[in-house]
Each structure stands twice: as C-alpha cells, then as structure tokens.
Ligand binder design. Structure first.
Ligand code: MUC
Ligand code: MG
Length: 366
C-alpha cells in the first residue's frame, strides 16, 4: 500500500474538432498521464489536462512540479494516508490540475488494491450519469447540426452552449437557433468563460429569457466583484461558478459573497479528495451542482463520472462527459461509450480503465 514511484508522462493527441470558447481554444490534447506505483505492484492512473488560460499551468510545468516537489513529498506514504498526502501537496500553492491528477491516481491505486471501484469508495450512489455536451463557438447552423448529431447518435439531450463573444448577439443568435432547431425537449445552459462584462451579460440574458435556459456559468469575471454580484441578482436562473472556484475556500467566498448560486465540480481541478469537500459544502449550503469538463480525455471523463455517480447531488444533473468525442484518438484499451445519453462506470476496481501500451507509445512526447 506504500507509494514507491510516480511517473508523469507527457502526451499529445490532436482534436478532430478543436474546441473554441471565450477564454481560449484547444487544438491538441497536450496532457500528462500520471502513474502511481506501490510496493504491492499496483499502478494507479489519472490524467492532467493543463489549462494555461484558466489556471496558469502548462504541460512542462505539471511534470516539473510533480517530479520535483510532489513525488518526493508522497514517496513512502500509504495510499490510505490521503489527508497527509493532501497536507503535503497543499504546502505548494496553486497547481490544481497537477495536484488533482496525483490525488486521483492514488485513489485509483487504492481501489485496485482493495478491490473496489472508486465510485463505491467515494459514496456509491449510482453507477451512471446522464451526459451534457459542450458546444464550442461556431456558426449557428454548424452548432445546431452538432447538437442534432449528439442527440441522434448518442441520445444526449442536455447542451452547454459556449457564449461570451462580442457583440453578444453572435451568441444569442446561436442559442435561439438551437432552441428553434431542437425544440423544448432539450435542456440548455450557457457558459461565458468571463468573456462579457456584467452589463453585457445582463442584456444578453434578458434577450434570451424566452429560451428556457437552466443555468448561466461564469458570464463575467468574479474579480469584477460588484458587477458580478449585481448580475447574479438580475438573472432568474442559478449562476454557476466554475473557474472562479478552484478550491473549497473559493466556493465559500464566491457563494457567501453573492457572486454565484451554483457550482461546477471538475475532478481535473479538485481531484477526488477536494471535490468531495466541495460536494459536502454545496450540499450544506443548498447549492445546485454540475459535474464540469476541463476538456478531458477518456480517462479524465471516467474520473468525472466516478465522482459524479458517487453522490445523489452530483448525479442529479447531466454531467459534462462527452468532449472526448472530439479527440482523434485516446489512450484506453477499451474506448468508453455513451449510450442512450448516459455514461456508465466500468465494472473493474479503481477507475476501471486500462492504458493501451501501444497507444501510449504512439502519443507520448518524452
Ligand atoms: C468550461 O466549463 O469552462 C473551458 C475552459 C475551461 O477551463 O474549461 C472548459 C470548459
Ligand atoms: Mg465553464
């Protein structure tokens, strides 16, 4: 059960369809595969997707902090000493994606050692989640066609629409076209990635009041403190904090400060250990929760569903689990599949996935 060795392996897999949004665009999944080895010969895996435009982390930075700071801090600890591991990781500020990948690989190793799925160890509420698909910037007709393809091929009926462009009419036209094209049977919400000002956001949301949106996410920066509070009071749907809440403390601050009324939990950013804290906080405060997507590959998406399925609150809403479909390939021996609008936990122990050695050889860049 003791950690003997940690690997941080860079890999790059191109996107067949790049994702574009207000704070950036992603053309290649330049991620890091993290493997935690134990003295029993068990290997836990997880994936770190660095997002420089959101947290300032890069692929080389993730590898450097894992190799130089985090690995020496956790070698020799038992997998079960997770709070001790957290305390040691948290001596370093920031680096949420690097910390989370190590935390999740440790949970995977623990599940494999004990013979339980991670979702069982976390809470075991259910074994599946409904899927929400994130639609990146494009022309209205192309975004409607993508949503129709997701609905017809995978049974997905919940869509998160990226907004935050200027003028905002570019985005309100898309949301209107989606509602007209897909009808009232689909659920839609919008995510601005801080692209608009508070007043632009208020005007855009007013223009879309007849479109039946479920949520609005990060329409303007949380750092525009008074503007953001004013906006949250203007609109009549829950306002999701995403990149403004990289830690449980930030959730408390933003929610109690009136800058958010719902929260996105991303396992890529808070792992399993810190995501559990965010979940408990959300439950205690009575917040709605959406399991978000950090533009994860298949391994990251399985981590999201492992966590989301563990609790009633996180499995109530569709989770953002489908953007791996836009990648040209992935690393798993058995690709994950969305069926009837749902993603299901794999039966095996841990996160329930295996890395294909040939694919890793093909895509690793070290
Ligand atoms: C999202 O929900 O914002 C885009 C940027 C990022 O940090 O995550 C993605 C999705
Ligand atoms: Mg977001």
């Amino acid at each position: 059960m003791k950690i003997t060795h940690v690997e941080a392996i860079p890999f790059a897999i191109p996107y067949a369809k790049p994702l574009k949004f207000a704070s950036g665009e992603v053309h290649v999944a330049e991620h890091v595969l993290v493997r935690v080895h134990t003295d029993d010969g068990v290997v836990g895996v997880a994936e770190a997707p660095p997002r420089p435009f959101t947290y300032g982390e890069t692929q080389v930075g993730v590898i450097a902090v894992i190799e130089k700071i985090f690995t020496p801090a956790v070698i020799g600890l038992a997998l079960t000493e997770r709070e001790q591991i957290q305390a040691r990781l948290n001596r370093t500020v920031g680096n949420p994606v690097a910390k989370s990948s190590l935390d999740m690989a440790i949970w995977d190793a623990m599940g494999k050692t004990l013979g339980f799925q991670v979702t069982e160890l976390l809470g075991g509420y259910t074994d599946r989640m409904r899927v929400s698909h994130m639609l990146g910037f494009d022309e209205p007709a192309a975004m409607v066609a993508e949503a129709e393809r997701m609905r017809d091929t995978y049974g997905i009926t919940t869509f998160k629409v990226k907004v935050g462009r200027r003028p905002y009419s570019l985005d309100t036209a898309v949301v209107r076209a989606l509602r007209e094209g897909l009808g009232d049977g689909v659920e839609m919400y919008v995510d601005g990635n801080r692209g608009w000002s508070a007043s632009e956001s208020a005007r855009a949301m007013k223009e879309m009041t007849d479109l039946g949106l479920t949520f609005a996410e990060e329409l303007c920066p949380a750092d525009d403190v008074l503007g953001r509070r004013w906006l949250v009071q203007q609109i009549d749907v829950p306002f999701i904090a995403d990149e403004s809440v990289p830690t449980p403390a930030a959730v408390t601050r933003e929610v109690l400060g009136g800058s958010a009324t719902a929260v996105s939990i991303k396992t890529a950013r808070t792992g399993f250990t810190q995501s559990r804290r965010v979940h408990h906080l959300a439950e205690g405060l009575g917040l709605e929760v959406v399991m978000g997507n950090q533009i994860d590959g298949q391994l990251g998406s399985m981590c999201t569903v492992a966590f989301g399925a563990a609790f009633e609150l996180t499995s109530r809403r569709a989770g953002e689990l489908s953007n791996f479909l836009d990648m040209s390939d992935d690393l798993l021996t058995e690709p994950i599949e969305i069926r009837d609008g749902e993603l299901t936990i794999r039966p095996g122990a841990g996160i329930g996935v295996e890395i294909d050695p040939d694919k890793l050889r093909r895509y690793r860049t070290d």
